[in-house]
Each structure stands twice: as C-alpha cells, then as structure tokens.
Ligand binder design. Sequence first.
Ligand SMILES: Cc1ncc(COP(=O)(O)O)c(C=O)c1O
Length: 440
Amino acid sequence: MKDTPINFSVVKSKIETSGIPHIGKATIRELVKLVNEIETETGDRYIRMEMGVPGLPTPKIAIDAEIDAILNKKVTAKYPNLEGLPELKKEISRFVKLFMDIEVKPTGCIPTVGSLQGGLIAFITIDRMYEDKDTMLYIDPSFPLQKQQLKVLGQKFEQFDVYNYRGKKLRDKLESIFKKGNIHSVLYSNPNNPSWICFTEEELQIFGEMANKYNVIIIEDLAYFCMDFRKDLSKPGEPPFQPTVAKYTDNFILLISTSKAFSYAGQRVGMMVISDKLFNLRASGLKRFYTTDIFGYSMIFGTLYMLSAGTCHSAQYGITAILKAANDGTHNFRDDVIEYGRKAEIMKKFFTDNGFKIVYDYDGNDPIAHGFYFTISYPGFTGEELIEELIYYGISAISLSITGSERTEGLRACVSLVQRDQFPDLEYRLKKFNEHHPVK
Ligand SMILES: Cc1ncc(COP(=O)(O)O)c(C=O)c1O
C-alpha cells in the first residue's frame, strides 16, 4: 500500500481485472479504457496524454462555409468531383506558394479523406510504378497507423530510427539503403509524431539530393503544418516558410493534414500535393493496374476513385474558406493553435524539474520546439515500466516502443487534452513520483 496520488488499491485492482497482461504494452485504446474506469471509480481526473487528438475549436470561418454549402448549395445530395473542388485546388496551390514558397499547379493539389487516406493512396500507387522497385523506406519514430496501412496492404518497407543519423550522418545512411535499388519512396513526418523533432534545412537537402540521385519519391507528411513554433511561419508570402524537401527535389508528394493546424479532424479532409513533374510522370508498371501509365491520373482516377470516389463535399468548402482567409492574410491559423506549444513548454518544465529527461531533445544545435508532443524518460525505468508506474500517479502516456523508436526507455506525451487548470495537479503528482523514486 503506497501513498500515491490516485488510490493505490483501486488502481491495482482495476489493472488486475482489466485483463491486460502488461500495462506498458497496452494499446492506446486499452489504456484509455483502463484510465476511464479508474477515473469513474475514484472521481480523480487523470493527466491524459495518451491520445494524439486535437483539443481546440474549429475556426468559425470554416464552419460557416460548410453550413452555407449544405443549406444553400445543397451539396450533400451531389457527388464531389474526384479531383476536388476547383476553387479548393486553386487555394491549395496558393497556400503552398505563400507558406512554403513552392510552385505546384492546382491539378496536383487534391483533397483526400484525411491525410491518412492521402498516404494510403500514395502508398498503393507508388508501389505499382516500377516492377523492380518494391520497398518503401519508413523513417522512424513514426505514426504507427501508416505502418499498419503498409502491413495490411502487404507492401514491403524498411525502417530505421533517425535519432542516430541526424545531420551529415543521414547522407551515408540513406545512400547505403538507396543504392540497393529496391526503394521507391521515403515517408517521414515533419514535425515528427511522436518525437516532435523537425528536420534541419541540411537534412531536408540531403533527403532531396538523395531522392534526385536514386529516383526516389519523398512523401513528406506535414500533419503539423507551421507548428514548429520556434519561428513564425504564418505570414503569407513572407519568409520564414514551412521548411520542405520540395526546395531540393521535384520528386515529392506532400500530405497536409487539416486535423491539427485547422482543428478540422472531424470532417476527415486532408490535402495531397503532387509535384508537377511527378504528376505527369509516366511509369510503365502502372499499366498493369490502371488504364494509363501517367502517375497523377492513375492516383486520382484509379486509386482515389476506388477508395472513396472523392472527399466529403461540404468539408471541401470549409477548407477552401479557411485556406483563402490564410492566403489573403485575413486569418492567422497559427494564433489558433500556438496554445499547444505554450502548454508544452510549461509541462516539459514540470517533468524535467522532477528528474525526467526529454528523450528526443535536439535538432542540430537547437533544442526541439515546444509543440503537440514531447518525449520523456525517467532514470532506471524502461518505457513500459514507466507507464505502469505513472498510472498510480494519475498520468497516462504511450510507450515509444510502439512507434518504431529504438529509445525503449521513452514515452510519448501529447499536450492537447491536458487543461491548464490541471497544471497544479500535474506538478504535485510529478513531485510525488520523484519523491518516491529518488534519482541516484
Ligand atoms: C504524422 C501523422 N500523419 C497523419 C495523421 C493523420 O492525419 P489526418 O487526420 O489528416 O488523417 C496524423 C494524425 O495524428 C499524424 O500524426
């Protein structure tokens, strides 16, 4: 019987009756269920950092545009264009010009059912381009759901944890993998889920140069667009811009999610941006599956068509409105979400003041940004042991080991669901943890 912030015997008995053999190995949803049950029984609120879901309201401008599309344009009764609303395509093309300083024609700017579907469509189509290239390089740590997509598709991938290959070391690592000749594409997220590292300009250049040298497509997942809050990337047409590999190669596909940057997760609408060169590229292998060998055409009229025949009609109007406002400089979407970074800064300090370490801590010489996620460890604990112990202290997070990270001592913490009025509880609970587990 220990003096833990959450009643020790209740937590213990809930763990025992949960049927989960190792709490540290539980899936996110199993953990959610367990914590819900403990909260109900004890009446105590947890510091819930296990789920990577957005926690801020959707900008009104987007909601108004959707309502107008439903009520006045009556779009719910009509199939959307497969390739997307013309006005949305135009705004996406403007958006990447104004916020990334890259040129892509509206043709290659395509709405998808969340950027998760954008990834799926890209994975399927790319894998069918060449008979002799059949493997994706998957940069870890990463969002596990995309790996799950590849597994279910039965597609091959190789992976490595980028932690040990930052900076110049990345070039040799990529070269050693690309020179085998079987890699058709690379996937990474930037800022990274789960570690919140952001590739430096040097690293993006290396990815781009290697992509050019070995004819590899880079799929850059920008699920957290403009959310490296160290710099203000939100002024249309003005540097600094959202860093991107597209500055160094025209062999790219960008996945831009609306879920976090525009708090639009519920409507399942994302954006896929294919470079002009890649869109028009002919790849002989495609003819085996599609009516044409043109990449962009196969992507839309082959893969996207068979998966969902387009993307939610009204949501496309919502996103058009918010992009137009961002592009015109009348709405600053960074102001809507910078709260994530502000909370992260405070929360990280509570952890580090109480013996915890930030696992993925630097981008080159700069400490990583404060953002949607951060990673933590505690001396003497594996990640799995730490999750199990923190449950008694009213804190929940997930183990980095499920994200392909080699840093098995670490946990991923997401700031979005933690409310500021919980900060005193968080600080108190971490102090207690530190008191009970003195660092030698
Ligand atoms: C790296 C990464 N990619 C993609 C997604 C999914 O985005 P969407 O909601 O647009 O499908 C997420 C969401 O958590 C993510 O973290």
